[in-house]
Each structure stands twice: as structure tokens, then as C-alpha cells.
Design a protein around this ligand. Structure first.
Ligand SMILES: N[C@@H](CCC(=O)N[C@@H](CS)C(=O)NCC(=O)O)C(=O)O
Length: 210
């Protein structure tokens, strides 16, 4: 059996759940309660010494901890439907736009949340090492997030999906980023009509509720 170490409310494992749902890959689900800091427990460190969620444990015991690694495994394990692009150009575009969604979107939101949340004092980054909050990073994150939404809206102008002409990993990461931004009470503005149109379509997919 393949096991997903998950925490339902958190954005990163949601990316994995959506991907697995789109692929139709069934896994056993084990919840690691971040509200109880279970990701830092000795027992979870045996599975992922990096103390992050998700972690996907394969049948041979291998543990994959990054969404991109999990996506690469899933694409090889079950190629249909392809979520990482089919041609060399498509693959390049999917990886490129997925990286932009991670670095310009998810990372900016995490920067805001982790550097302001009272529950994350000294937990300004994930992982086994504690880091103090830097309030200026949250301010910078707000500016970055505004630019991220502008960039995403421009990319979606005249397009149904973020990277290529069908749903891909980049759409999963973008969808999770738009929803994660609500945690810091920021949403795309009224003028971001391309994001609104795209969001309505991708959020309506059954996988979005996985
Ligand atoms: N690079 C990882 C990011 C994983 C991540 O940051 N997960 C968060 C939950 S969304 C976490 O484990 N946080 C643990 C903590 O805050 O201590 C991925 O690709 O999934």
C-alpha cells in the first residue's frame, strides 16, 4: 500500500491530494496533526526528517517529500492523464509555470503567514530548525503577492489553463496558491477577471475537493 502523510487543512499536502485524485491513484491516508506539532514528533521524523507534510511512502518503503518529486513519480507510475506535459515543449512549460506558481505565489504567501502568525513565532520556516520571524519579510510578501496575481492574470488572458492547453500540475499549484492566499486575507482583485474565470473552472473539478 502507498501511504500519504497528510494534514487536510494545509496547502502543500492538498497539492498532492489533487494530483493523486486527477491520476486516480489510491493511497492510505495518515493525518499528521500540525496543530499538535506532530510533524516535529520523533515518530514522524523517522518517516521525514525534514518534518514537512506531505510525505508519500511507496510500497518499497521509499519516502518522497516534495510535491515535484511526487508528481514526477506519479506521472511515471500512471502516465494517464498526463499532468506534466506530453511534448518536450509542453514539459518545459509545465515545469516552468509550476516553478513560478511555487516561488512567486506559494512562497510569497508563506512569507506573509509565517512572519506574522502568533502561532508561528520561531517557526518562520518549515523544518527541524527554528527561525525567528522577520516582520519586514511579511510586508515584502504582500507586495510580491500583488505582483503574483497581476502576473497570473496576464498569463491567463485568452487561456483556459496556466501552462498549456489542458489542465496540468501548474494549475494545481496555482489553484492551491489562490486558496492559500485567503489564509492571509488576500484575494485577486476585481480587475483580475482572467483569474476569476480560470478559478471557477478548476475549482469545480472533483479533484479540487480531494
Ligand atoms: N516543498 C514542500 C513544502 C512542504 C511544506 O512546506 N509543508 C508545510 C505544510 S503546507 C509543512 O510541512 N509545515 C510544517 C511546519 O510548519 O512545521 C512541498 O513541495 O510540498
Amino acid at each position: 500500500m502507498i501511504t500519504l502523510y497528510d494534514f487536510t487543512p494545509a496547502p502543500s499536502p492538498r497539492r498532492t491530494r489533487i494530483l493523486l485524485a486527477e491520476k486516480g491513484i489510491e493511497v492510505e491516508n495518515v493525518q499528521i496533526d500540525m496543530m499538535q506539532a506532530e510533524q516535529l514528533s520523533d515518530s514522524y521524523r523517522q518517516i521525514n526528517p525534514g518534518c514537512t507534510i506531505p510525505a508519500l511512502q511507496l510500497e518499497d518503503g521509499t519516502v518522497l517529500t516534495e510535491n515535484l518529486g511526487i508528481a514526477a513519480w506519479a506521472e511515471a507510475y500512471k502516465p494517464d492523464p498526463p499532468l506534466l506535459g506530453s511534448t518536450p515543449t509542453e514539459q518545459g512549460l509545465v515545469y516552468m509555470w509550476n516553478a513560478k506558481m511555487e516561488f512567486d505565489g506559494l512562497a510569497a504567501i508563506a512569507e506573509i503567514l509565517r512572519n506574522t502568525s502568533k502561532g508561528m513565532v520561531d517557526r518562520a520556516t518549515t523544518g527541524p530548525v527554528n527561525y525567528a520571524q522577520i516582520p519586514e519579510l511579511a510586508e515584502r510578501g504582500r507586495t510580491r503577492l500583488g505582483h503574483f496575481f497581476d502576473m497570473l492574470d496576464a498569463q491567463l488572458d485568452g487561456r483556459d489553463y496556466v501552462a498549456i492547453d489542458r489542465f496540468s500540475l501548474a494549475d494545481i499549484t496555482a489553484l492551491v496558491a489562490v486558496d492559500f492566499a485567503k489564509w492571509v486575507k488576500i484575494e485577486p482583485s476585481e480587475g483580475h477577471s482572467n483569474i476569476a474565470r480560470w478559478y471557477e473552472a478548476v475549482a469545480a473539478r472533483p479533484s479540487a475537493k480531494a
